[in-house]
Structures are given as C-alpha cells and as structure tokens.
Design a protein around this ligand. Structure first.
Ligand code: HEM
Length: 142
C-alpha cells in the first residue's frame, strides 16, 4: 500500500470519526439546551472535544500528504482554497469551543444571558457550515 492510499484511508476514516463526535456533542448540547440536564460533566465535554479535535488534526495531517503532489494544481483552484478557508475557521472555532464549553459544565443553559448565549449559537453555526462545506467541497473537487 502506498503513502497516498494510506493518507486517503486516514482522511476518510477521520471524517467518519468527526461526524460521530459532532453528533455526540450535539446530542449532549441538546440535553443542556432543553434543560434535561442542568449542567454537563467537564470530563465528558473534554472527551467529546478531544475526539473531534483529534479527527480534525488527522484530517489536516493526511490532507497535507494528499495535497503535496498536486499542490500546483490545487493552489490555483478556488474551490480548494474555499475548502482551506473552512478548515481554518474550524481550527479557530475549535479554540473558541475550548473556552466556551466550560459554561455547559458550570451553568444551566436557561440561566445564561443573551450575551452569553449568542457566542454559543455563532460557534455552533460556524461548526455546522464549515464541516458540511469542507466535506461537500472535498467530494466536489475530487
Ligand atoms: C475538515 C477538514 C477536511 C474535510 C472534511 C475534508 C474532506 C475531504 C473529502 C470528503 C475528500 C474526498 C475523499 C474521496 O475522494 O473519497 C477529500 C479529499 C482530499 N482532501 Fe480533504 N478534507 C479536509 C481537510 C483537508 C486538508 C486540510 C487538506 C490539505 C491541506 C485536504 C486535502 C485533500 C486532498 C488533496 C484530497 C484528494 C485526495 C485524492 O482523491 O487523491 N483536505 N477531503
């Protein structure tokens, strides 16, 4: 098996792990939004965040291996550049989530002020848009 095939396998597996992790995170967040759970456990939040963060890291690592032999062609492809913008936003959002998620461990959702809720919704929206965008563009370009 060559390096390209291994990297493509890691790329695809990481997407599946990320989707699983995102659904797991959304499921927990939903319970917190609906006040079925007052707060979420710190350890649980950290575990879910680590799964999605590791998958994103593996996607970037394997993506660089896949990208390198085609770099001249890809760097002039606007769809590829848009995909990279989505990936960059996911990395920035991951740092934001790392800070924001502690609210779910310390406060019930209904007790948050609108100013505290807005960043959570923005971060959720960015996450959904960028994951979907990167997956759709990945499938469209290649
Ligand atoms: C959120 C992160 C990412 C997602 C969701 C994603 C998604 C995808 C998808 C769905 C494919 C198509 C796989 C197939 O053909 O079956 C793909 C292929 C590819 N991705 Fe990504 N990707 C991500 C990050 C990256 C990064 C950071 C790079 C480069 C630095 C990259 C470079 C590539 C390349 C070069 C291919 C083509 C592989 C080939 O068919 O030879 N990806 N990606």
């Amino acid at each position: 098996m060559d390096l390209h095939t291994i990297a493509l396998g890691v790329h695809i597996l990481s997407i599946l792990v990320a989707i699983g992790g995102i659904l797991w995170a959304d499921h927990s967040a939903w319970h917190w939004f609906r006040s079925k759970k007052e707060t979420l456990k710190h350890s649980h939040l950290r575990r879910v965040h680590a799964v999605v963060g590791t998958a994103l890291g593996l996607l970037i690592g394997s993506g660089i291996i896949l990208f390198w032999p085609m770099k001249d062609q890809l760097l002039t492809n606007p769809l590829f550049l848009l995909k990279m913008l989505f990936v960059l936003l996911l990395v920035i959002n991951s740092v934001a989530i790392d800070r924001l998620m502690h609210r779910a461990a310390s406060l019930p959702f209904r007790s948050l002020t609108p100013a505290q809720k807005i960043p959570l919704f923005i971060s959720g929206g960015v996450s959904a848009l960028c994951w979907l965008g990167a997956i759709v563009l990945g499938l469209t370009i290649f």
